[in-house]
Design a protein around this ligand. Structure first.
Ligand code: SAM
Length: 254
């Protein structure tokens, strides 16, 4: 038996009731294609494998993959870094569902990867640290509100379903967790060029979140063009709603 690897965020779920609560909330249904991120030692896989679904697992750890192959010969296992996975090539081109108790060290990157693949993913049930979950669903004018909140709102409808105590993991992490459900939008309100601008505007604005947009965005949108827009640039990034950012991306002139 190998020891849990801290560097890979290996905190394994131990509590059968919580496992059942997560699977019930996800509600896998016959014939669905489901991708599990980081099956680990199989806490969730154990339940998922009993359903009549088309199940994939993406696990980075080679040793755990060897154990998983023996335990679940029917699991379609991809021994790769989820962040490097090409959904269509490595997993499936069917619009799938995703589930995962994901490693803390890569939470934001995994979420961004899911957002980027919104066309290929119907929904996802993700367990993550509570603090990040709260950021995702936070509203403007709060200190939790930031880049991830705007992205979450743009790409999905997200709900924090329930909190999970750190005591149900081994090894025990330092923080509590939460389970979040994302229903991804298949179509987005912006075209590809606008999305690129949307991302740049959000990053630039939140990088200097204490400055007014007049100043933080000055290098992107010059003052003359700022004045042509029906938009109050005296606000700060954290005061803007998703619609405000959409307006800036759609009406962008440098
Ligand atoms: N699902 C198991 C459970 O609930 O007990 C394990 C959860 S553990 C928090 C995270 C799992 O993700 C570990 O098995 C770890 O090896 C795996 N992992 C970490 N980084 C990964 C990555 N970049 N791509 C795929 N799997 C990863």
């Amino acid at each position: 038996m190998n020891r849990p690897k801290k560097s890979l965020g290996q905190n394994f779920l131990q509590d059968k009731n919580i496992i059942k609560k997560i699977i019930d909330a996800f509600n896998p249904t016959e014939n669905e294609t489901i991708v599990e991120i980081g099956p680990g030692k199989g806490a969730l896989t154990d339940e998922l494998i009993t359903k009549k679904i088309n199940l994939f697992g993406v696990e980075i750890d080679k040793n755990l993959c060897e154990e998983l192959r023996i335990k679940y010969p029917n699991l379609q296992l991809v021994n790769k870094d989820f962040l490097k996975v090409d959904f269509e090539k490595d997993i499936t081109n069917t619009r799938c569902r995703v589930i995962g108790n994901i490693p803390y060290y890569a939470t934001s990157q995994i979420l961004l990867k899911l957002f980027e693949n919104h066309r290929l993913i119907k929904d996802a049930l993700i367990m993550m640290q509570l603090e990040v979950a709260q950021r995702l669903i936070s509203q403007p004018k709060t200190k939790e509100y930031g880049i991830l909140s705007v992205y979450t709102n743009f790409y999905s409808e997200a709900k924090l379903l329930f909190k999970v105590s750190k005591n149900v993991f081994y090894p025990k992490p330092e923080v509590d967790s939460a389970v979040v459900h994302f229903k991804f939008n298949e179509k987005l309100e912006l075209n590809e060029i606008e999305i690129e601008l949307f991302r740049i505007i959000i990053r630039t604005a939140f990088n200097q979140r204490r400055k007014t947009l007049r100043n933080s965005l000055r290098k992107l949108i010059n003052v003359e063009n700022q004045e042509k827009l029906k938009f109050d640039f005296n606000r700060r990034a954290e005061e803007l709603s998703l619609n405000d950012f959409l307006y800036l991306a759609k009406n962008f002139k440098p």
